[in-house]
Design a protein around this ligand. Structure first.
Ligand code: GYE
Length: 328
């Protein structure tokens, strides 16, 4: 009997030690790491890949974070599912890069009720209750559009007898980047009686779609002076279509090209004279998001909107050294 009791006690001790050991390890890890659920739009463009990298490089375990990232493949429904999973996992904070602006009220209410703070990154959301998220960090997309317009106004003279014909390549409908860049162009078109938007094509911010819509369009018409393309990847697709149709572009070409993002590949083409203007859209949000999270954790006041700094590039202000050291 004593032997039996001795054995039982030993067994219990082993179990307790093993069990306790595990639990305390987990508790320590949980305590140390700040868990962030990140719903990313997709992997549609070079800009997006750089944006994802910036988040992953910032929020590492070594730096005290656990980043749970979900790629929504450009579908808002996938974002809803991801955010609901984050609620179930009881993460410390949720970062959402929203596909489109509309449709977020109910979901953000759910997150609010769960008591989880939210940061909206890159694009914006249009919700009734502004208290549903801490802050919106991203680009001033309208200003980007206006930069592009003012370059066109100064650099593309309009002929006396013919309007300036703009071909517009649009990004994902309803996304802030599309809405604001489009607004700048449409407002300029209203102001300038001698401008005309010959067509608006939707390329969904991807190279494949940019190539496809451009190829189809060129079968019907090739009469335009400038392409206003809402991101670099659609521009690359459009350039391939122009090459195949034998239409020249850039500095010495028939068609001028204005593009948004200013990723490394686009800047190189700009330096080579193939693209006329690159309006920068800075994807390196990670460090800024971290700064805001730290403020939040310290109980400090956070600005409602935080814009990231950006510039505009033409062949004149670019150098090979600058492009070589660019990380995206
Ligand atoms: O311009 C485009 C991307 O929302 C700023 O989305 C972003 C845009 C960017 O896919 O390349």
């Amino acid at each position: 009997m004593r032997r039996f009791y001795k054995g039982l006690i030993a067994l219990l001790m082993i179990c307790m030690l093993a069990g306790c050991g595990k639990k305390s390890n987990k508790q320590e890890t949980d305590k140390e790491l700040f868990v962030i659920g990140f719903s990313q739009v997709g992997a549609e463009s070079d800009w997006r890949l750089a944006n994802t990298r910036s988040m992953q490089e910032t929020f590492t375990n070594e730096r005290g974070y656990e980043l749970l990232m979900e790629n929504a493949m450009q579908q808002q429904d996938n974002q809803f599912a991801a955010v609901r999973r984050f609620i179930l996992e009881d993460v410390d904070l949720i970062v959402i890069a929203p596909t489109t602006e509309e449709g977020w009220d109910i979901l953000l209410e759910e997150v609010h009720e769960a008591g989880i703070p939210v940061i909206i990154m890159d694009r914006s959301v249009a919700v009734w209750n502004r208290d549903l998220y801490l802050t919106n960090i991203g680009s001033n997309f309208l200003e980007q559009g206006e930069e592009a317009i003012s370059w066109i106004e100064t650099n593309l003279p309009v002929a006396e007898d013919e309007p300036l014909k703009v071909l517009h390549l649009k990004g994902t409908d309803g996304s802030t980047a599309q809405l604001m860049r489009t607004r700048a162009l449409e407002e300029a078109d209203q102001r300038h009686e001698d401008w005309t938007i010959v067509q608006q094509l939707n390329g969904d911010f991807t190279e494949a779609k940019g190539y496809e819509v451009m190829t189809n369009y060129l079968k019907h018409s090739q009469d335009f002076d400038v392409i206003y393309s809402e991101n670099d990847n659609m521009t690359f697709g459009a350039m391939r279509a122009l090459d195949e149709a034998g239409i020249t572009y850039g500095e010495n070409g028939k068609v001028k090209i204005v593009t948004f993002d200013a990723t490394k590949r686009a800047l190189q083409l700009c330096l080579e004279g193939k693209i006329n203007l690159c309006v920068e859209c800075n994807p390196l949000h990670g460090p800024l998001v971290e700064e805001l999270i730290q403020k939040y954790r310290n109980g400090e006041q956070i600005q409602e909107t935080v814009y990231i700094s950006e510039s505009v590039f033409t062949k004149e202000n670019l150098t090979q050294e600058f492009i070589d050291q660019r990380t995206y």
